[in-house]
Design a protein around this ligand. Structure first.
Ligand code: NDP
Length: 485
């Protein structure tokens, strides 16, 4: 019998499911059991061509609709997503392995927030009137044209919506390529947009590995590329986009600092560290994986952290009591286990976890290392798994310098009751998305993105509008034209 997660076909183009079985088969594996639940096929050159030409053809008419009309469609799509939250969350769990306890509140709901927010903004994307004596200039905020979205595997619904919603609100069309690891959820987003009234062809989904992404990025018809992925992929895609002078948004990796001062509320700081390391089993780009704890509270912090981490419930992700799921793939599990071994070898003190969980699926126990030093591999490289490194520090000046000593700059957090210090420290940290006495909140109203190697541009908020539109300025002369001859 066909598994309920199996989509009708691999791709969604011009308002309908499309198949081309000549493309390389991509098995979809449920991370909690290792069972194959679906198969899709990578896009062939013919499928890529169909998606790009369809999206190109659909864009102009979509941009000519009023913002109110476009916004209404996006908001209707948000309502449909919320009505179907349960089914979409189950699919997200099949796609990623993340527990239903999380997907019910963090995926289709977050996607719906983006559709609602950008749907609400669509009608207010106006220009300016700039008086120049009798003459004047007016500006128009126009669509970029055809946009490509490329997603990572940790938040397949959310990433499709965080890219698709602002793109469509501004009057662009999109071809979206999910990660080959999680191909299922974006198809539902495409289906729902059509149901909500989006014209066929404005949001299309094609499957495939990096080479399909590469074909999309280099196509001359494409005006913008928005990627969520790792830094090495980001560099390649950015360079390819530069060849065609295309706009880019790059949401890449991180190794973010979370700084906890002696005066912090310990339980809140532990909660922040847990949210910043173990949500989605640590597969979150903005995670605060370098937890700097001031020496005075170090042992108290570690004791409370170990106690609370022991309360994580590993198990069937479809059971809503489960609070901690598997790694997305066997490969990712092995990468993370390799980092855990490195941590042990390099002399970090294992506080809890530290091994594969004794159960089916790709589960790793939530792992905390203490006495981590800045030069250890686990403190320098992005692990993308449930491995927290706790480092000690003495002074504010010292911790800020150490926190910034990394190529990354996605996020940063600080826990302290001293608000003057909190703002001063955040002001000195090189990061795009920061938190005071909290960690990893990502409301659609707030800009999200990194500095340094962690990325270019911002997603969410009004900032995203700037990255999916461009300004045209028009000089209007009321009198005669003066010329030299
Ligand atoms: P990858 O960088 O491996 O892949 C990201 C996407 O790019 C995938 O869809 C991938 O396809 C595609 N891709 C790979 N090579 C190319 C290429 N040459 N041209 C075009 N597209 C290409 O990342 P992962 O999927 O492994 O995701 C994990 C990474 O993503 C982590 O490093 C994490 O930090 C980062 N991330 C960043 C976020 C942010 O907002 N800043 C959020 C979430 C994750 P395929 O995988 O199918 O080969």
């Amino acid at each position: 019998m066909t598994h309920p997660a199996q989509p009708k076909a691999s791709h969604f183009i011009n308002g309908e499911y499309v198949e081309d079985t000549a493309g390389t088969p991509i098995p979809v594996i449920y991370a909690a059991t290792g069972e194959q639940i679906a198969t899709v096929h990578a896009a062939t050159p013919a499928i890529v061509e169909q998606a790009l030409s369809t999206a190109k053809a659909a864009q102009k008419a979509w941009a000519r609709m009023t913002g109110t009309e476009r916004g209404r469609i996006l908001r209707r799509a948000a309502d449909i997503m919320r009505e179907r939250n349960h089914d979409l969350s189950v699919l997200e769990t099949y796609d990623t392995g993340k527990p239903l306890q999380e997907t019910l509140v963090a995926d289709a709901t977050s996607g719906a927030d983006a559709l609602e927010y950008f749907g609400g903004l669509a009608a207010s994307l106006t220009g300016e009137h700039i008086p120049l004596g009798e003459d004047w200039v007016y500006t128009k905020r126009e669509a970029l044209g055809l946009c490509v979205g490329i997603g990572a595997w940790n938040y397949p619904t959310q990433i499709a919506c965080w890219k698709g919603a602002p793109a469509l609100a501004c009057g662009n069309s999109m071809v979206f390529k999910p990660s080959e690891t999680t191909p299922l959820c974006a198809l539902k987003v495409a289906e729902i947009l059509i149901e909500a009234g989006a014209p066929a062809g404005v949001f299309n989904v094609v499957q495939g590995m990096g080479e399909v992404g590469g074909a999309l990025v280099t196509d001359p018809r494409v005006d913008k590329v928005s990627l969520t992925g790792s830094v090495p992929t980001g560099k390649k895609v950015y360079a390819a986009a530069a060849e065609g002078m295309k706009h880019v948004t790059m949401e890449l990796g991180g190794k973010s600092p979370l700084i906890i001062f002696d005066d912090a509320d310990i339980d809140n700081a532990v909660g922040g560290a847990i949210n910043g390391n173990f949500y989605s089993s640590g597969q979150v780009c903005s995670n605060g994986t370098r937890v700097f704890v001031q020496k005075g509270i170090k042992e108290k912090f570690l004791a409370r952290l170990a106690e609370r981490t022991g309360n994580a419930i590993l198990g069937d992700p479809m059971d809503e009591a489960t609070s901690f799921g598997p790694m997305v793939t066997e490969n990712q599990m092995n990468i993370v286990l390799g980092y855990i071994e490195k941590g042990k070898e390099e002399g970090a003190r294992l506080i809890c976890g530290g091994k594969r969980a004794d159960m089916d699926g790709y589960f790793i126990e939530p792992t905390v290392f203490a006495d981590v030093t800045d030069d250890m591999t686990i403190a320098r490289e992005e692990i993308f798994g449930p491995v927290m490194s706790v480092l000690d520090f003495d002074t504010e000046e010292e911790v800020v310098a150490r926190a910034n000593d990394t190529e990354f700059g996605l996020s940063a957090g600080v826990f302290t009751k001293d608000f003057t210090r909190a703002h001063r420290v955040i002001g000195n940290l090189e990061a795009g998305s920061c938190f005071i006495n909290s960690y990893n909140d990502a409301p659609v109203e707030a800009p999200f993105g990194g500095v340094k190697a962690s990325g270019v541009g911002r997603e969410n908020s009004k900032e995203a509008i700037k990255h999916f539109s461009q300004v045209k300025s028009v000089y209007v002369r009321m009198g005669d034209v003066e010329a030299a001859f």
